[in-house]
Design a protein around this ligand. Sequence first.
Ligand code: NAD
Length: 423
Amino acid sequence: MSDTLAGALSQLKKAASYTDVPDEVLEALSFPKEVLTARISVRMDNGARRSFEAWRCRYDDTRGPTKGGIRFHPDANLEEVVTLAFWMTFKCAVANLPYGGGKGAIRVDPSKLSRRELERLSRAYVHAFASMIGPDRDIPAPDVYTNAMVMGWMADEYSSLVGYPCPAVITGKPIPLGGSLGRDGATAKGGFYVLNNLLAEVGLENCERRAVVQGFGNAGATIAAMLHQDGWKIIAVSDTGGCVHDGCGLDPQKLAEAKKEHGSVIGYAKGVSGGKVTTMERDEMFALECDLLVPAALEDQITKDNAGAINASVIMELANGPVTAEADKVLEEKGVTVIPDILANAGGVTVSYFEWVQNRQGFYWTEEEVQHKLRPIMDRESAAIWRLSQKKSITLRTAAYVLGLERIAEAIQAHGTQNYFCP
Ligand code: NAD
């Protein structure tokens, strides 16, 4: 078992010790319900055939169909998919959505594929996993290095396979194919609502408002822009190309332009004169003194090796699993508050749920309606988790797991005892 999966399960076990949930529930939630591995063959533009490893996991469907993104990444692997599906199970329960958790991935570097190769690969994924996914069974969405365009191809392929338009099979689609307004920035927006809800509680109300953001994709670029607009100083931002730093604050709009032009936020340093902007190795940013650190790249970024150097008051996890279980202990001892992923980034899956609802009812909402429905969910669940953490004197992460676990256990109980009578 990978350290990441072991760490995730240890967090569940810790949370369980603050509940009356029976051991058999804990045991059931310690393993994925269904995992499928496939080798996908695709014709490249040069005529050659290449094959790719791919996975889909339905971790637990007690509370409803499984829900979770599809990642295209050169380091993707089965254990990562299972861990991400585990986190999705608890995230959906924390947001109180009628879903279980799932996840999928292809081991590929999509930047090395042409657009047509990427489309063939996306469609081939749907062919390989068609028996597993479905609007009432398992509903994928975008994740790292997949986007609305990929979701559109996948929804189109699934619709061709079943013989009728089936937009509800996938979320995060382009708007003309049944995507929801407000889905693009939903992950960051949800995090922004959570942060503002807990601002006084986590001691940030009167801080200097200095933020550091790791990752400048869908989640990272959007939260940087939202914080900037709200008066925060974005003092450092990184992506795979490196990190840019300016104690006086970076402009997220110009960062986005630099990334577009130069392929990395590092390009920002080229376009600014005056010598205030510096570049650094991408992980050096963790040691910068700031009020808020937002990891928005990948899992396992803050580990026992660099957690000691963290100089932030609060970490808000927009990425899934950016802080390892060992690092969590170090941060707790240092007094750094962590707003956990299964709460902080739940805005994305919540608006995905809205998209699925709109697809099924065939009636679409305005962006205002989407925001109007998202905010109360983030407000309600962040307040509940804060209260639980205070009542039981536990971290926000443990409180979030306690809340999710109790909801899943309640659903297991409500399902009854059919399993005792079936062979
Ligand atoms: P994305 O592909 O749009 O962006 C990822 C960004 O991270 C890129 O800018 C990339 O350059 C950067 N990056 C990768 N490795 C890095 C490293 N070692 N150091 C610094 N930067 C690095 O992905 P995204 O959709 O923004 O997802 C980011 C994280 O948020 C993932 O953990 C994902 O699972 C999580 N998440 C995303 C959503 C969503 O709706 N997009 C929802 C929930 C959670």
